[in-house]
Design a protein around this ligand. Structure first.
Ligand SMILES: Nc1nc2c(ncn2[C@@H]2O[C@H](COP(=O)(O)OP(=O)(O)OP(=O)(O)O)[C@@H](O)[C@H]2O)c(=O)[nH]1
Length: 296
């Protein structure tokens, strides 16, 4: 899993050292120009070309400052900082060009080569930044939609997927583990969690590919199914109930589940179907648990 934001201690340490070296290098570069190269008879610093070069220098410095201020991934940071630094060294040489007479190797080759390399590194940094942002976006999306304990959809994602489903004939199973509180009280929360994970695994296995299985919260689960005959809907509820009765948590613990089964009626909303099916689930509990009840 990529780090986002990137590890701060690494970047801080790296950043300080790198920036000090860069500042020293730029000072040396300016000193070299002013002390070793012959001055031009006329200074062109405030001509149109000179002002444009100063502006480029300023823009690169602002970009470098922006990169230092933000917590980027280590890879993006390294690409961008090294690219912008090379580009900055080339931009300083470009500006000094207006003040002193540079040798040809510096004005024609050194400067241009550094700029091209710098820009190429910055381009790599931008691609790395985009790739990282896409990965982080996918992770956040999955975190926002997934129940951490079971890996099933969470309530929020379940509602969104339900709203996207073709409404005609939607079927709903609502499941609630029986006497789950006593499992927690007797065996501890971690065994309770193992039971919830096991139920999640059963639902993921039993849910047809076109359906959606979710943990709505606590020990309440749901399966939303597109149009399927009543008989198949009830069969699936029974199949799941039997699979839960057959499961063994931590090797020996047996659990059961009660199930409410409902189908969306004409003009009914998903919320209304959920309430009606919840009443059927409640009835299954009242009638002795470990059974499924059809929502009238
Ligand atoms: N281990 C664990 N327990 C949870 C979690 N979420 C909710 N619970 C427990 O689930 C239990 C729900 O108990 P109740 O709603 O009273 O129902 P029940 O004991 O299952 O009884 P019936 O539903 O009437 O059969 C409570 O003890 C909650 O603490 C969880 O994520 N992990």
């Amino acid at each position: 899993m990529p780090e986002f934001p990137a590890k701060k201690p690494y970047l801080r340490q790296h950043r300080r050292r790198f920036m000090l070296c860069l500042a020293a290098l730029l000072l040396l570069e300016i000193a070299f120009h002013l002390l070793w190269l012959p001055a031009l008879p006329e200074i062109w610093l405030f001509s149109v070309g000179g002002i444009a070069e100063l502006t480029v220098l300023l823009i690169i410095m602002v970009m470098l400052w922006g990169v230092q201020r933000n917590e980027l991934s280590a890879t993006s940071y390294n690409w961008l900082t090294s690219g912008l630094s090379l580009w900055l060294v080339s931009a300083v040489a470009d500006v000094m060009d207006e003040v002193v007479r540079q040798p040809r190797w510096l004005s024609a080759f050194g400067e241009d080569l550094m700029r091209v390399f710098g820009m190429a590194l910055v381009a790599c940094g931008v691609f790395s930044l985009m790739r990282h942002a896409r990965r982080v976006h996918q992770q956040l999306n999955s975190l926002a939609n997934t129940d951490e304990l079971t890996g099933l959809c969470n309530r929020r994602h379940f509602n969104l997927l339900g709203a996207d489903m073709q409404p005609a004939g939607i079927g709903l199973l609502l499941l609630d583990l029986d006497h789950f509180k006593s499992v927690n009280d007797t065996y501890g929360h971690s065994v309770g969690d193992a039971a919830l994970r096991e139920l999640g695994r059963i639902l993921a296995l039993q849910c047809p590919p076109e359906g959606v299985a979710a943990r709505l919260g606590g020990e309440e689960f749901a399966v939303l199914l597109p149009d399927m005959p009543d008989g198949r809907l009830q069969d699936l509820a029974e199949q799941i109930r039997l699979a839960v009765a057959a499961m063994r948590v931590n090797g020996s613990l047996q659990l059961t589940t009660s199930v409410g089964v409902g189908r969306l009626r004409l003009g009914e909303t998903l919320e209304q179907l959920q309430q009606r099916t919840d009443r059927a689930l409640y009835r299954a509990k009242e009638m002795g648990r470990n059974r499924s009840e059809w929502a009238d």
